[in-house]
Write a protein that binds this ligand. Structure first.
Ligand SMILES: C[S@@+](CC[C@H](N)C(=O)[O-])C[C@H]1O[C@@H](n2cnc3c(N)ncnc32)[C@H](O)[C@@H]1O
Length: 565
C-alpha cells in the first residue's frame, strides 16, 4: 500500500475565500478531513463527496485526552494509505498545537507537510480596520496567548509586553481583565486604545472598542464570546477612519438569524429534510436533548430520566451521533460544541429555525415519540411510510456518487435503474458519460405499484445494465425472486446486474441515512429486516448469475455486481 500523508493545513479565520489556494486544492483531494470547531461548514463543503469528515474539536478541560485521540487518528488514517487533511483555524503553527502534531508525526515516521494559513492574529485586526503596524504609531507587534494571564506563575514577561507598540492577544475573552491589570501594573497607559474582535470574517462578527482601563467591562457588557481577538495599542485608533470601508469579504447582507441562516451546514440540512431525520432532530430540539447532554450520560440514564424506552432512545442517540450532533463514547453520549453552536437559538449562525421549519413541514413528532415511549410493539403508522420513502430516496442520493465511482468505466448501456435515487443517478451519469442512456423506474414511489417485477417486465427493450437501487430494503422478500428473474431476462448477453442496498451491513461506520432508514423500519415494522448475502447469492444462481464483485460503500451499505459466470 502506498503510504498516506498528513497535511496540517491552516483554514484561515473563517471565510472560505481566505483559504490559501493550496488548502482549497487539498480539500478537493483529501480522503479524510479532520477539523475542529474553528472550521466552518462552508469550508467543509469544499471537500469531495466521498471524503470522510471527522470532527475532533476540543472541549474545555478535555484537551489532553482529545489530543491523544487526534494523534492516533492522524497516524492510523495515514497508515491506511489515505490523504489526511488536518484542518486548523488560522495558521496551524500559531497556538494551534500544529507543532505538537508535526512532532508526533515525525516521531512516528508518518509523511507530513504543513500548509500555512491566514492567522486570526492578523486577519481579525484587518477585519476591524486596524493595521497592527503603522509608520506613525507602531513598529513592533507581539502575538500573545490570553491563557497565560490566568496563571499564577505566568511565563510572560509583562514589563516587556507593556512596552510593546501593538499587542494582539488570542484566547483572551475570559482573561481580558487580568491582561489589562497586568499591563497597567507594568506601566502601560490606561488610556491606550483597545479593541476586541469577535468572529472575524464569520457571521457573528462584532467589534467592541474602549481603552485598557475600560475594555474588560466593555467586553462583558457587549456579551462577547470566543473566538475573539484582543488588540491593544495606538494602532487601534486607525479603525475610526477605516471601519466604514466597504468589504467584499463580508457575509451576505441578510445575516440576521431568521429562516435559512447562513452558512447552511449542508449535512445537517440534508438530514433535516430526510424524513426520519427531521423527526429525530425535532424530538431532540423539543426535549432539549442537547442541553441535557452537556455532560456524558448513558442511554439508560437518560431514558430513565426522560421516561423513555431505552433501546429506542439508544437508536435515536446513535442517529444523532452519525449526523455529527452528539459525541458517543464509552461513557455514553455528550453534546458536541460545534453542533450546539449551530443549534443555539440566539446564535447568529443558528440552524434551529431552519430545522424546525423543515421538521414541522415534513415530520409529525408522534410516530417517533410513540416508538420512544413504547419500544418495538407499537405497530405500523401510515405517516411513517412517507418518511421511510424519503429516507430511502435520501440514502440512494447519498450513495449514488460512490456507486458510480465504483463502476468507474461506463457500465454497458442502456441502463435500467429500478428503485430509488433515479434523478440523481441520471444527472451524475449524464455528466460523466454523456452518451449513456439511463432509464428510471421506481415502483415504490407514492402511489406506485410496489411491484418491482412488473416494473421491469413491461417492454421488449434489452439492457446492458440493470441497477437495483434499494429494492431489497423496500420490497417484500417473496417479491424479490420474480424481480430478479425479469431483470436477468431483460439483460443483453454479457450484461450486468448491479445491486446497491442497505440489505447487509458493510464493515464501515454507518452513515446517518442508513441509521435513519433502519430507525424508520423499526418504527414502521417494529423490528429490523436484513438480507444475508449468502441468500442473495443463491437467488442469483437460480437465474444463472454470479457475484463478480462486492464492495462496501461509505455509509455502511453494499454494492454487489453480478453477471454471467
Ligand atoms: C487556539 S487559538 C488558534 C489560533 C489559530 N491557529 C490562528 O492562527 O488564528 C484560537 C483563538 O484564535 C482567535 N480566533 C480564531 N478565529 C478567530 C476569528 N475568526 N475572529 C477572531 N478571533 C479568532 C481567538 O482568540 C481564539 O480564541
Amino acid at each position: 500500500m502506498t503510504p498516506g500523508k498528513v497535511y496540517l493545513v491552516g483554514a484561515g479565520p473563517g471565510h472560505p475565500e481566505l483559504l490559501t489556494v493550496k488548502a482549497a486544492k487539498l480539500l478537493e483531494v483529501g480522503d479524510v478531513i479532520i477539523y475542529d470547531r474553528l472550521v466552518q461548514e462552508e469550508i467543509l463543503a469544499l471537500t469531495k463527496p466521498s471524503a470522510e469528515r471527522i470532527y475532533l474539536g476540543k472541549s474545555v478541560g478535555l484537551h489532553e485526552s482529545r489530543q491523544e485521540e487526534i494523534f492516533d487518528v492522524l497516524v492510523r488514517k495515514a497508515r491506511e494509505g489515505k490523504i489526511v487533511v488536518r484542518l486548523k483555524g488560522g495558521d496551524p503553527f500559531l497556538f494551534g498545537r500544529g507543532g505538537e502534531e508535526a512532532e508526533y508525526l515525525a516521531d512516528h515516521d508518518v509523511p507530513f507537510e504543513v500548509v500555512p494559513g491566514v492567522s486570526s492574529a492578523l486577519a481579525a485586526p484587518v477585519s476591524a480596520g486596524i493595521a497592527v503596524t503603522h509608520r506613525d504609531w507602531a513598529s513592533a507587534v507581539a502575538i500573545v496567548t490570553g491563557h497565560e494571564a490566568n496563571r499564577d506563575q505566568s511565563r510572560l514577561n509583562w514589563s516587556a509586553l507593556a512596552g510593546m507598540d501593538t499587542l494582539v492577544f488570542l484566547m483572551a475573552v475570559h482573561t481580558v481583565g487580568r491582561v489589562a491589570t497586568e499591563l497597567i501594573g507594568h506601566g502601560r497607559d490606561p488610556d491606550t486604545p483597545a479593541a476586541m474582535i469577535q468572529m472575524a470574517f464569520w457571521h457573528g462578527e462584532r467589534v467592541v472598542t474602549g481603552t485598557l482601563r475600560t475594555i474588560a467591562a466593555d467586553v462583558e457588557r457587549a456579551g462577547i464570546n470566543p473566538p475573539a481577538t484582543l488588540v491593544i495599542g495606538e494602532a487601534v485608533r486607525l479603525r475610526e477612519k477605516l471601519k466604514h470601508s466597504r468589504r467584499d469579504l463580508c457575509r451576505r447582507p441578510d445575516m440576521a438569524p431568521h429562516f435559512e441562516p447562513a452558512p447552511v451546514p449542508d449535512q445537517l440540512l440534508r438530514m433535516a429534510t430526510a424524513g426520519m431525520g427531521s423527526q429525530v432532530l425535532r424530538f431532540a430540539l423539543a426535549t432539549s436533548l442537547f442541553d441535557r447532554l452537556e455532560q456524558w450520560q448513558t442511554a439508560s440514564e437518560l431514558a430513565r430520566a426522560m421516561g423513555l424506552n431505552r433501546i429506542g432512545l439508544a437508536e435515536v442517540l446513535e442517529c444523532l451521533v452519525s449526523m455529527g450532533l452528539l459525541e458517543g463514547g464509552p461513557d455514553g453520549y455528550r453534546n458536541l460544541e460545534l453542533a450546539s453552536r449551530y443549534l443555539l437559538e440566539n446564535s447568529p449562525q443558528s440552524l434551529k429555525p431552519a430545522l424546525l421549519y423543515q421538521a414541522a413541514h415534513l415530520a409529525p413528532l408522534s410516530a417517533v415519540g410513540r416508538y420512544l415511549l413504547n419500544g418495538r410493539e407499537d405497530g405500523a403508522h401510515t405517516e411513517v411510510e412517507e418518511l421511510q420513502r424519503q429516507s430511502c430516496e435520501c440514502l440512494a442520493r447519498y450513495a449514488a456518487p460512490f456507486v458510480l465511482e465504483k463502476l468507474d468505466t461506463p457500465p454497458p448501456g442502456p441502463v435500467l435503474l429500478v428503485g430509488w435515487g433515479g434523478n440523481r443517478y441520471r444527472e451524475l451519469a449524464s455528466g460523466r458519460w454523456p452518451d449513456l442512456s439511463v432509464e428510471v423506474r421506481n415502483p415504490f414511489e407514492a402511489n406506485g405499484t410496489r411491484d418491482a417485477a412488473g416494473t421491469i417486465a413491461d417492454g421488449s427493450r434489452r439492457y446492458g445494465t440493470v441497477l437495483f437501487s434499494g429494492i431489497l430494503s423496500s420490497c417484500q422478500r417473496e417479491q424479490f425472486a420474480p424481480a430478479l428473474k425479469n431483470a436477468s431476462r431483460t439483460l443483453k448477453a454479457g450484461g450486468l446486474l448491479v445491486l446497491h442496498d442497505a440489505f447487509i451491513g458493510a464493515e464501515v461506520p454507518a452513515a446517518p441515512e442508513v441509521l435513519l432508514s433502519a430507525l424508520g423500519r423499526h418504527v414502521l415494522h417494529g423490528g429490523s429486516r436484513n438480507w444475508p448475502i449468502s441468500r442473495l447469492e443463491t437467488e442469483l444462481r437460480q437465474v444463472g448469475l454470479a457475484v463478480l464483485r462486492k464492495e462496501s460503500i461509505p455509509g455502511g451499505t453494499q454494492l454487489v455486481i453480478a453477471g454471467t459466470p
